[in-house]
Structure formats: C-alpha cells, structure tokens
Design a protein around this ligand. Structure first.
Ligand SMILES: NC(=O)c1ccc[n+]([C@@H]2O[C@H](COP(=O)([O-])OP(=O)(O)OC[C@H]3O[C@@H](n4cnc5c(N)ncnc54)[C@H](O)[C@@H]3O)[C@@H](O)[C@H]2O)c1
Length: 260
C-alpha cells in the first residue's frame, strides 16, 4: 500500500524508546523526514538508527522549549504525541495513592500534550493540511483502577483530541487518538513493578506471568499488542488513506475495549 508519506515531515514526541520510537521508525521507513523529541538524551542515538532523522532533547512540560522545537521544524505534516507516564504506584483502591501523586501525571500526560499541540498549531494553520495523533490508552475509556491519575489523564487527552479535531477540521488538519491495550515497554513493566511490590511474598509474580494472566483475563484475542502494530496504525492514519478519519479514538487492543 502506498502511504504517500515520502518527503513529508513527521515530528514524534516521546520517541527515545517504546511505542514512540517504533512510530518514528515506521514514518522513516515510509520515506518521511522524522524529528524525534524526548526528554531522554538517548533520543539522539535513537534518531541515528533511522534514515533521514534527527533528535531533539526537550521536556513536554516546558512550553517555551516545545515552541522552540516547533520553530526549528518549520513545515510539519504530521505530529505524534507518544509521551506517557504512570504514578509509579498501584492505584487500586484509589486511596493507595495520595492526592499528591496526581499532579506529575497530569502535568506530563495532559499539560504536556496541550503544550505540544499549542506549540505546533501555528505550523499546521500555515500549512492548512496534515495530521496530529495523540497516544492515549484504553485506560482512559473504562475507568481503569490500576492507576487512576493515569486513566483520568488519558480520558482528558481523548476529550482534548476531539476539541482540537473540531477546531482544526476547517484547516484540513485531522486529529485522532490511538489507544493501545497491553504493549511490552518500560511503561507497561513499571505498572507490574508497582503492583508486585504491594504483594505478599506468596502472591508475587514475574512480569511475564503477571502480564500473561492479565491478558487472558481482559484481552479477548489473548495476546500482547506490539509497538510495530501501533506504528502501522499511526502511519495509516497519517496517510491519505486516513483522509476522512478525524476526532476518532482508535483502539489497537486485541478487543480489550469494544465500541459500537
Ligand atoms: N505500553 C503500554 O502497554 C501502553 C498501553 C496504553 C497506552 N500506552 C501509551 O503509549 C505511549 C507510549 O508509551 P510506551 O509504553 O512506549 O512508554 P515508554 O515509557 O517506553 O516511552 C515513553 C517515552 O516518553 C518519554 N517521556 C516521558 N516523560 C517525558 C517528558 N516530560 N518530556 C518528553 N518526553 C518524555 C520517555 O523518556 C520515553 O521515551 C504513552 O502515551 C503511553 O501512555 C502504552
């Protein structure tokens, strides 16, 4: 399938590793020029492993830094926000957490996305074409009890995505959210670590066993999703094949959450 992404520029924020890096790789493989942004300086090495790519170190909580990145990029055809953090604690019941566990998660997952979208909006208003993709989560659709601030942040992200999709539609800029279910990354492993530390000695599990049990319980297709599957959907949504898709929350989750 020709995705028509050659010579286009894609900016992937949160691209040092995990799903963001896989998305950056997929855009590069489709011939796009790719700019990888992350607070982790390893982003420079991640960019070096791709053709026609550069890496910029930046923290999404810093709006001025994001505006500088947007100014540096000039023409941008596609923007992906793939940053995400959890509280680092197991949030069931919610009073396992303190209210003070919430602000950092909201500052990165919600305010960070708002900063990035605002910073790049002038580029898109000028181009009058293009796409944005915010990586949310099935957790934002089902009141997932694992980590309430994380779930709430993803619900907010989905809602903001719809506002942005409506506002940018007259400019032919499409905005969507992609919701993974269970993908083996550092973030996913940190959820297990937060759970495991709370368990008595006889209930502790290895990461793969914990994930295997959870997948059998909540994923109808009974399997992990991969970063490459997220990336395939991301480039499809950015491509001309996605020209009528905007304001949507697309789940790539093995059937975890089913919409009608
Ligand atoms: N892995 C899963 O099972 C899963 C499930 C649902 C949703 N998601 C979402 O997918 C996206 C990617 O997650 P992942 O699993 O690849 O996680 P990851 O931890 O592997 O990658 C997240 C990246 O974001 C970067 N980052 C974190 N805070 C930042 C900040 N303040 N500024 C700039 N960069 C920052 C990290 O350095 C890292 O490179 C996230 O939005 C996450 O919530 C993941």
């Amino acid at each position: 399938m020709n995705l028509d992404l050659k010579n286009q520029t894609a900016v992937i924020v949160g691209a040092a590793r995990g799903i963001g890096l896989a998305i950056a790789r997929a855009f590069a493989q489709e011939g796009a020029k790719v700019v990888l942004v992350d607070r982790d300086p390893v982003v420079a090495e991640s960019a070096q492993s791709l053709a026609n790519a550069s890496g910029i170190v930046g923290d999404v909580t810093n709006f001025d830094a994001m505006k500088k990145v947007a100014a540096q990029c000039q023409r941008v055809d596609h923007l992906v926000f793939a940053v995400g953090v959890g509280s680092g604690k197991f949030g069931f019941p919610y009073w396992n957490l303190e209210p003070s566990d919430w602000p950092r998660v909201m500052a990165i997952n919600v305010q960070g996305a708002v900063n990035v979208v605002h910073a790049f909006t002038p580029n898109f208003l000028q181009a009058k074409t293009g796409s944005m993709l915010l990586i949310a989560s099935v957790a934002g659709q089902i009141g997932s009890q694992t980590d309430p601030p994380y779930s709430a942040s993803k619900a907010a992200l989905i809602n903001f995505m719809q506002c942005a999709a409506k506002d940018l539609a007259p400019y032919h800029v499409r905005v969507n959210a992609l919701c993974p279910g269970m993908v083996k990354t550092e973030l996913n492993q940190s959820i297990w670590a937060a759970w495991n530390v709370m368990q008595p000695a006889d209930k502790k599990q290895a990461y793969d066993d914990w994930a295997g049990d959870k997948i059998q319980k909540v994923v109808p297709l009974g399997q992990w999703q991969t970063p490459e599957e997220m990336a395939a959907m991301a480039v499809y949504l950015a491509s001309t094949h996605g020209r009528n898709i905007t304001g949507q929350c697309v789940n790539v989750d093995g059937g975890f959450v089913m919409h009608w």
